[in-house]
Design a binder for this molecule. Structure first.
Ligand SMILES: *[C@@H]1O[C@H](CO)[C@@H](O)[C@H](O)[C@H]1NC(C)=O
Ligand SMILES: *[C@@H]1O[C@H](CO)[C@@H](O)[C@H](O)[C@H]1NC(C)=O
Length: 350
């Protein structure tokens, strides 16, 4: 008994010592990977210069530096730990924003009350499409305008809808026209301007308005103003309605995207979306969609990873020149980041 007790306690000692040593070892190895504080300060200064960021006082700077440092740590540890993942994160213009600030100011999907359209939404016309190309990039077909920037304003819904109308117009008429998000922001009162909106309502608004005007005529100003009915009446493109892609069906989404760019909703609330820089996003998101974008193509990487090519509205200096790629054909219901949950596209007859 005594012997056992003695053995047990010495065991405990050995165990405790091992734990302490292990702890020291791990804390040393994490310390090595953590960025050096003065280097991070310098990084923050350089970053401020690069993105023209100024803070009103030292207190704000200190507060923003703390967030910046935490983000840098997240990004660096992600890229080390996830070295084998097919996507990378990077410090970008959102680096001094908390994830909470980022989510509330740059996304903008709001289902809200979704009134039934006052006209009959026709059924999914691509259901019987059999032959689809192995890959598609509507940019190469001249159907996609340059990536735009919604700014600190939850108008993703307007950008998503405008992108797919610009595309169908180019496909049908051969003419690529940049169209007005601001008209939707100001005039579509079913949506909530910078506080969010829902693409299907916006499609319906455009039908009821008799069309949409150009970006040049009614340019984007990053806030909701009073509807300029004169400008809004100078219609450049008309749509006849929109159709909904069967929910949670990536095969159906493929049938649609093979024929025209499609507006989708995604969950882009995570740090992985905030700091995505390149590659195919294969995780780091759920399916609680909070952002609307446009799928403008699809393909497969040389490593065999299937992806959707997505046009975002966070400017050209985010992600892959303003785009990102999201993994396609995943077992998860709704697709990765919920990309197949509420897809829809405008219809046009000419
Ligand atoms: C951090 O980096 C700076 C500049 O490279 C160097 O002068 C300093 O000694 C480093 N500090 C630590 C704790 O490694
Ligand atoms: C997905 O949609 C296609 C038509 O586009 C249909 O043939 C297929 O049955 C659907 N799959 C499921 C699982 O509902």
């Amino acid at each position: 008994m005594q012997l056992i007790m003695a053995l047990t306690s010495s065991w405990k000692l050995i165990l405790a010592a091992t734990v302490v040593m292990l702890g020291m070892w791990t804390s040393q190895s994490t310390a090595r990977t953590l960025p050096n504080a003065s280097m991070v300060l310098e990084k923050h200064e350089n970053w401020m210069a690069q993105f023209g960021r100024a803070y009103k006082d030292d207190a704000e700077k200190a507060m923003r530096f703390k967030i910046f440092k935490e983000n840098v740590e997240y990004i660096e540890s992600f890229n080390e730990a996830g070295a084998k993942l097919p996507y990378k994160l990077a410090i970008n213009k959102f680096a001094d924003l908390t994830n909470e600030e980022f989510k509330t100011s740059r996304n903008g999907f709001k289902m809200g009350s979704h009134p039934k359209p006052s006209y009959k939404v026709s059924s999914f016309k691509y259901a019987n499409v059999i032959a689809v190309p192995a890959s598609m990039d509507w940019r190469m077909k001249g159907a996609v305008t340059a990536v735009k920037n919604q700014g600190q304003c939850g108008t993703c819904w307007a950008f998503s809808v405008v992108a797919t109308i610009e595309a169908i117009n180019q496909i049908k008429t051969g003419q690529l026209l940049s169209l007005s998000e601001q008209q939707l922001v100001d005039c579509d009162d079913k949506e909530h301007g910078c506080e969010g909106g829902f693409k299907n309502n916006a499609f319906e608004f455009i039908v009821q308005n008799g069309g949409i005007t150009t970006e040049t005529n009614y340019p984007y100003v990053r806030f909701k103003g009073i509807c300029d009915t004169m400008k809004a009446s100078e219609v450049a493109v008309q749509i006849t309605g929109y159709e909904v892609v069967p929910a949670n069906n990536e095969t159906a989404l493929l049938q649609a995207v093979a024929n025209q760019p499609v507006s989708v909703s995604i969950d882009s609330s995570s740090l992985d979306s905030q700091f995505y820089s390149s590659g195919v996003l294969t995780g780091g998101c759920g399916t609680n969609v909070d952002h609307e974008v446009a799928v403008v193509g699809y393909g497969t990487t040389t490593d065999g990873i299937k992806y959707w090519l997505v046009k975002n509205s966070w400017g050209q200096n985010w992600g892959e020149d303003g785009y990102f790629r999201i993994q396609r054909d995943v077992p998860q219901i709704g697709g990765l980041c919920g990309i197949a949950t509420t897809a829809s596209y405008p219809t046009m007859i000419i």
